[in-house]
Design a protein around this ligand. Structure first.
Ligand code: GDP
Length: 445
């Protein structure tokens, strides 16, 4: 996500930060580079221009340049402006606080990821909000569109409205509403038809459906990879239907970020969610402050901690925390953690989220290290005896050789793992000193 843009900006800011003193000229030069980076990322020109003007004014105008850490302060100003450009702090929540069923109408062009996103949201609403959901496809144009939603519904265990061949969109919407009321459904998701382009017939259909369904949310699904086109599509839709928010899909493959960065400023609509993959749990609430942090290479510790909390079973986490607090952390615990890392999407996933990890990831790629390493480490621990796992300090040369042979690795791999375990033990002591998880942020800062 945002890799190209992020690399460019981190380069500019590393140079700024590295200097003790800055003058106005330095700031203006850096801002010129930032402007080019934004335009190359396909950010709308007026948005880039306003952004640079705001940052330059703040950075040059105040006492920033005379401060002890001018570079840091400029980066802080950039961060704050970026957050504002993305829509202000925190994620824009779904409005489900209406008399049930709360209707979410999904609109967008064909191929934008609308049906997939409908199923992802259905799953999220059921699992995270704990609400009863029903999904209905109103797409009678594309062959098998309704069947596609039924199949996805089964995969995420969310009910879909039975298909009645030949029924028209507005009638399907009416039937879906009735059915939702009868079944005491909290949230009804309507997946509307797409087209290849924005056209009058499509807009007329959207308006007719909206008039019947009186949606609490009208979410536009757009493909972030289409850059400025995504923003233009949003503008066209928002002129015709009362959009309440945008879902940007394929953010996983978006190295540039132009759509994400311009959407709010151009359309005035908040990005509420980001699609981050083809799997049906690959959706995230879009949080401007976190996204800005990711773009500026400052990492995204909050997302990471949340991700960890999700993939770690509660009892497991509690047991682990207790042992950590007691200063005990043996090979069994390390193994549990390695498996959790695998569940979280491996090293690649972690790399984008932790500050400084980008460089580590490059180094790892150069030395041929990848997610297989996690599997190897697991195998090494598997070849240790229970006694060795509980007391890794027992590992002498002879034992290391046996374990390496047993796990199909080299002694040096065993050494690396033991070293990592020691280092993690030390890091945990530090976290404990800083007051548990709250201190985690400081450790990474
Ligand atoms: P629709 O025509 O708008 O309903 O589009 P679909 O929901 O059928 O999606 C089209 C394709 O995009 C499918 O292959 C999806 O798996 C894929 N897709 C949807 N959202 C994402 C996403 O966030 N990331 C990635 N990588 N693929 C996605």
């Amino acid at each position: 996500m945002f890799d190209t843009l992020s690399d460019r900006l981190t380069g500019v800011f590393d140079r700024l930060r590295g200097r003790g003193a800055l003058n106005e000229q330095d700031v203006r030069e850096a801002m010129r580079e930032v402007r080019v980076a934004l335009l190359e990322a396909d950010v709308a020109l007026p948005v880039a221009r306003d952004f640079i003007a705001a940052v330059t004014e703040k950075a040059v105008g105040q006492n920033v340049l005379r401060s002890v850490t001018p570079g840091q302060q400029v980066v802080k100003i950039v961060n704050d402006e970026l957050v504002a450009m993305l829509g202000g702090e925190g994620a824009a929540p779904l409005n489900l606080d209406v008399r049930p069923p709360a209707v979410i109408m999904m609109v967008g062009l064909q191929g934008s990821g609308k049906t997939t996103t409908t199923a992802k949201l259905g799953k999220l609403i059921k699992e995270k909000h704990g609400k009863k959901a029903l999904m209905a496809s109103l797409d009678v144009n594309r062959p098998a569109a309704q069947e596609q939603l039924a199949v996805l519904g089964e995969q995420v265990s969310v009910a879909t409205l039975p298909i009645v061949q030949g029924q028209q969109p507005v009638d399907i919407a009416r039937r879906a509403l009735e059915s939702a009321k009868l079944q005491a459904v909290d949230v009804l998701l309507l997946d509307t038809a797409g087209r290849l382009h924005v056209d009058e017939a499509l807009m007329a259909e959207m308006k007719a459906v909206a008039a019947v369904a009186t949606p609490a949310e009208v979410l536009l699904v757009v493909d972030s990879l289409t850059g400025q086109d995504a923003v233009n599509v949003a503008q066209s839709f928002s002129d015709e239907v009362p959009l309440t928010g945008v879902v940007l899909t394929r953010m996983d493959g978006d190295a540039r970020g132009g759509a994400a960065l311009s959407m709010r400023a151009v359309t005035g609509k908040p990005i509420k969610f980001a699609g981050t993959g083809e799997k049906l749990d690959a959706i995230e609430a879009f949080s401007p402050d976190r996204v800005a942090g990711r773009i500026l290479g400052m990492g995204d510790v909050v997302s990471l901690v949340e991700k960890a909390a999700e993939s770690i079973k509660e009892e497991e986490a509690e047991a682990l925390a207790k042992r950590m607090m007691a200063g005990k952390f043996d090979m069994n615990d390390l193994r549990t953690q390695l498996r959790q890392m695998q569940n979280m999407g491996g090293l690649g996933m972690l790399a984008g989220m932790l500050p400084g990890m980008k460089k580590a990831k490059q180094a790892m790629a150069q030395s041929g290290m990848d997610d297989k390493v996690l599997v190897h480490m697991d195998a090494i621990i598997g070849s240790m005896t229970p006694k060795e796992r509980a007391r890794p300090e027992l590992m002498n040369a002879k034992r290391k050789k046996r374990v390496a042979a047993g796990s199909g690795t080299e002694v040096q791999d065993v050494n690396k793992l033991l070293k990592m375990h020691q280092e993690m033990g030390r890091a945990m002591k530090q976290i404990r000193k800083m007051g548990g998880l709250k201190g985690l942020g400081q450790l990474f800062a």
